[in-house]
Design a protein around this ligand. Structure first.
Ligand SMILES: Nc1nc2c(c(=O)[nH]1)N[C@H]1C(S)=C(S)[C@@H](COP(=O)(O)O)O[C@H]1N2
Ligand SMILES: [Mo]
Length: 330
């Protein structure tokens, strides 16, 4: 006999307030209270056609060695449809709805593009996108992406290990952390008027996490250059951490000796810690992290999947956290 989980016994999707909506509302209340006035009207641009609604529209990337061992599809995984990968996004610089990035990101200027790499490195430098594209051979890496909001996808990225770029700039012995700063362009990013994030969006990794071979500097997906809504022209992908660590549209990478608070840690420190490792045993204060909804799996009646420790990459990354209390270091 088939016993289905009663879908009404779990919070339905619209009842789990996404992080941004919750924070926007909280920020709005704060602002309104302080000003004694109603919050700002939205300055959104009119919705525009998605940059890429089907594969084959964007420039192909030079392909592409096979996935690294252990980082491909697991049993039961299949690639998330291109339309979902490029149409259901979090990129708050363009708004908080999942369809905002695809509708609005096409005005983001990505050419020319440079990335400044500085701080505690022997060879600080600013690299053009062209130089970055040629720095190491491109590989296809099929990774699960688990958003802290409780949904997931399987995405075939194209890029190379961030370790390659880090080696190129020669980290000093004193370097312990890597800070990632992303584009904040007022002219094209209407979301910057929302103050729940202290823009620019920044993320931080320990240097050994950043140097782990799974940590990807991604330039493409599905064999093509990244659509803007996915973080063109280059982004971070850290597959064992919640999606918000995978910062999009990188403009600066800085090595430091002290941990810097990420944008989400500053925004909601009791909810988002430094590590943000995917962990089914450590719930978000406002919802369970034990299960996830795989985008494309079906509708409301499809059972959720069990979330895997380190998003299924425990064998590769578990030793990075040996001896660390993962409940305190969330
Ligand atoms: N600059 C920037 N990077 C970002 C975000 C963002 O809002 N701004 N959102 C993060 C979150 S919450 C997730 S889940 C992933 C989503 O990546 P995708 O849209 O390519 O699936 O991007 C992350 N990187
Ligand atoms: Mo996310």
């Amino acid at each position: 006999m088939l016993i289905r989980t009663n879908p009404w016994s779990e919070p339905r999707e619209h009842e789990v307030t996404p992080q941004a909506a919750y924070l926007t509302r909280r920020q709005w209340l704060r602002t309104a209270a302080a000003a004694g006035a109603v919050g700002t009207a939205s300055a959104w641009l009119p919705a525009q056609a998605a940059t890429a609604s089907a594969p084959g529209k964007l420039r192909a990337l030079p392909a592409v060695a096979s996935s690294v061992a252990g980082a491909g599809l697991a049993a039961g995984d299949k690639l998330t449809a291109y339309g979902d990968v490029t149409g259901y996004n979090n990129f708050y610089e363009f708004g908080t709805d999942k369809t905002d990035p695809a509708a609005r990101a096409d005005r983001m200027p990505v050419d020319p593009w440079r990335v400044q790499v500085d701080g505690l490195v022997g060879k600080p430098q600013t690299l053009s996108l062209d130089t970055l594209l040629k720095l190491a051979p491109m590989e296809e890496r099929i990774y699960r992406l688990r958003c802290v909001e409780g949904w997931s996808m399987v995405i075939p990225w194209v890029g190379y290990s961030l370790a390659k770029l880090l080696a190129h700039v020669q980290p000093l012995g004193s370097a312990k952390y890597v800070v990632f700063t992303t584009l904040a362009d007022k002219a094209s990013m209407p979301g910057l008027s929302m103050r729940f994030i202290d823009w620019p969006y920044q993320e931080v990794l320990r240097l050994d996490e950043a140097q782990h071979p799974l940590t990807l500097l991604a330039f493409g997906l599905y064999g093509e250059v990244l659509p803007k809504q996915n973080g063109a022209p280059l982004r971070l992908v850290v597959p064992w951490k919640y999606g918000f660590k995978s910062a999009k549209s990188l403009v600066r990478i800085t090595l430091t000796d002290k941990p810097v608070a990420s944008a989400w840690m500053k925004s909601a420190p009791q909810e988002y810690g430094f590590y943000a490792n995917v962990n089914p045993g450590v719930d978000h204060p406002r919802w369970s992290q034990a299960t996830e909804r795989r985008i494309g799996d079906g509708g409301l009646f499809t059972p959720k999947r069990k979330t895997l420790m380190f998003n299924g990459y425990e064998a590769q990354v578990g030793q990075l956290y040996a001896g660390l209390d993962l409940k305190r270091n969330y």
